[in-house]
Design a protein. Sequence first.
Length: 504
Amino acid sequence: MTDSGIASNDSSPCQKTRNEMYFLHYAAIVGLIVVLITKYKYEICQKISQKVIESNTLPKVELVVGVLSARDHFEARQAIRDTWMRSIMENAHLSNRIQVQFVVGETGCDIHPDSRISKYGCEKWIVSIPDQTDDVNMVQVQEDSNYSSLMMVDKISFMVRHPVVINKLGLLASISLEHGPVHVLLHDDYREENITEVKFSAQNEGVVDRGYRYMSVQPFLLPKDFEGTIRIIYHDSTEILTAESNGGQHSSTMSDLGGIITVQKHRNPKKERKLFLPSFTMSILEKEQLSTYVKKEISLAQEWTLKEKKIAEDLQREMEMFGDILLVNVTDVYRNLPTKLLYFHQRIFSSFKADFVLKTDDDCFIDLEQIYSFLQKNKEIQNSKLWWGSFRDDWYVEHYGKWAEREYFSSVYPRFACGSGNVVSRDLHHWIAQNYQHLKTYQGEDVSLGIWLAAIGPTFLHDTLWKCDRSCESNMYSIPELLPIELRAMWKNRQTCGNPCSCL
Ligand SMILES: *[C@@H]1O[C@H](CO)[C@@H](O)[C@H](O)[C@H]1NC(C)=O
Ligand SMILES: *[C@@H]1O[C@H](CO)[C@@H](O)[C@H](O)[C@H]1NC(C)=O
Ligand SMILES: *[C@@H]1O[C@H](CO)[C@@H](O)[C@H](O)[C@H]1NC(C)=O
């Protein structure tokens, strides 16, 4: 059909030119498309090759050492610079093969240490002096005819922020004692021991006061940072609960003594009304100190602001002078150490091609030459998921105190290396760096690394020459918990007679 149509128009003298014009238009459009596609391909190609070039131009380093360090540990850092770090810097052969960086938090905690809830974190302790400070009923019953369901709470866990004395233990008065005695006891959660206990029974009902019956205990001092639980022990819960739900129209409120104690929040998604079955009374101790503290709080804060400013300035100067500090975006407190470790890996990953990465702390002695020579002799382990250190097995998870673990619910941790020093090979380092935004942090950086790496099954190279405690050994790789002066003495020994422990 088309053929015959064109043929019929062949008679026109301009038809041929017109066809040529159409063809050229068509060709131009196709040409343009081809040009655009090629240009796009070229750009993509350029981008990819740029990336390849970028990653290829990262400096190659055989060992990166990260020294986790607190902002104000100026002396500790200088002691390291003057000792084991210097030996690398002064050795032309090693200085471009090994990189040592202090890993420091970008911001300090802006709350005065006395005003923090815990010295390991950066949360403000908000406190005021309550109207009543002696023999305060910590739990009170109130009328409450709300229809939402009622949650019976048979234990109260709390932390002490300022010393108190516990005077009495109590029990909800509407609980019947006809079915048998009910015990109320105070437990020290950190030491895992029962401190004191009372027994309410039909024969000994205690003294009722505002909805609870009370019995005196020998006054027991609970120091700052005490963590404990008050609970009731009874034979048959159904009897107690039935007795109470018949009682009906009230719930409990709990005092925090103006911030003197912190009550552990119960998981209560439905915001149910609560009825505490146990109660207790407390008196605040050292009231003078407390009121002095409350009066001083503002001036302490001002003092701290100045101190923080000075630390920031000194740190800035130190960074400019030595260029060996890596600032990472965390508030520089103990609880953030796992995040610090993650950021360290991520930053090293984007700045170096590192074969091995060693983590240590700023109070440790490290024998870099020995460590380096081991890695040199064993180059094949570079990509073998190597984790080299001294490992802890079946380490009991502490749920209270400094190492309190609130997020890892097992009773023991997976295998982890002691913090004085441990090395991961390039593949593990890459994996950590690439997942740094997804990895959940736990109580400390060493156990966190153990939990993270458990997922990908590292190859453990266990060597007790990475010391976990202060027991010195002449050919050790690392040792922890040294004062700057001790580190210097150790280094002097090593330089003098080859044995860091002693030259006698
Ligand atoms: C009852 O519930 C309301 C709304 O949830 C609340 O504002 C009120 O305080 C409750 N009453 C008592 C006595 O708790
Ligand atoms: C504390 O007392 C309770 C109840 O009497 C008992 O079950 C528990 O084993 C005791 N705990 C310790 C550590 O003695
Ligand atoms: C640093 O961390 C804070 C809080 O985690 C975040 O809001 C901020 O954007 C971070 N800053 C940089 C430069 O990454």
